[in-house]
Design a protein around this ligand. Sequence first.
Ligand code: SAH
Length: 346
Amino acid sequence: MSDISQKILEGAPIDVATFMARAVENYYSTRDPFGADGDFTTAPEISQMFGEMIGIWMVDLWSKLANESAVNIIELGAGRGTLMADAMRAVKGVEGFSDAVNIHLVEISPVLRAKQVEVLAGYGVTHHVDLSMCPKDVPSIIIANEFLDALPVHQLVMDGGKWCERVVTAEPQFDLGDDASDELLALIPEHLRDATDGKIVEVSPARIKMMADISAHIAASGGAALIIDYGYERLNYGDTFQAIFGHKFCGVLENIGEADITTHVDFGALRSASGDAYLAGVTSQGKFLISLGVYQRMQVLKQKASVQQQEDLEVALDRLCSPNKMGTLFKVMAITSDKSITPVGF
Ligand code: SAH
């Protein structure tokens, strides 16, 4: 077994959340996972149109803030910086916007931080270790794309009428651990509490805390947040733990610390945790991008494109928006500091 696996499994059996937190930390701190040589791709890496639509969303939001004031744009888990670079480039012609903006990035990975500094060189970005370090002196626009899915979840298994923690043993294998704590039991939604043996529910105090922190930040600073991820609006039973290694799914206990591991995001739980701010809504990625004008943007890009590039644009748009690709599985949630602010797309 590799040194990394041994370190991640230290003290095994460990609960799934501990396993996930350690594996994700090792994974992101040691590589740039994106692109053809990496493990997986994300919407901003599929097409510039994704970041461009986020740029339009940010400008719309900014125009709805009092006096088009100074604004902090905060991105959580900014990957290669692609989304932010595409967003800022798309709206550079909007009078006053670039001058009003300061960009703050919350990023765990030293490798990706370096990449973000390079890609966003013209904007003078500031890095932070977590959201609590980001300023609240002026309104904020917080963006998080495929960030929450990497935060750890606990898997609880019904066994003999009791919910138990699912654990990872030293072998490594899955096993049943101790009874779930009261804190975790309280996170199981009402409609899932009575379950037959063997049913699994996934609950994530880390994601709920992150959403509560985002909401508290927005309530204090003013502004809005946009959360994009794959998942469901209503939690159901099931094991959604998945690992991707070299663009292929692998077992979650294979390539430990070397594969991208995630679970689906429960937007129902995020909604409940957004209490300090106003929920503008939850929509699908397809509807969101289309309402922001992604088709029109593609037509403009096609005018100057080669035949191959035109085809690539069509494929990318289909991938981002089609119900059978990312269009429906990916959800977009917005919260604002003020009920009267209605962000575009909601
Ligand atoms: N938003 C980007 C990257 C998504 S991958 C995109 O759409 O392409 C997840 C990102 O979150 C990576 O940049 C990863 O390094 C970062 N990340 C993961 N866990 C984190 C944590 N606990 N704190 C800050 N950043 C984290």
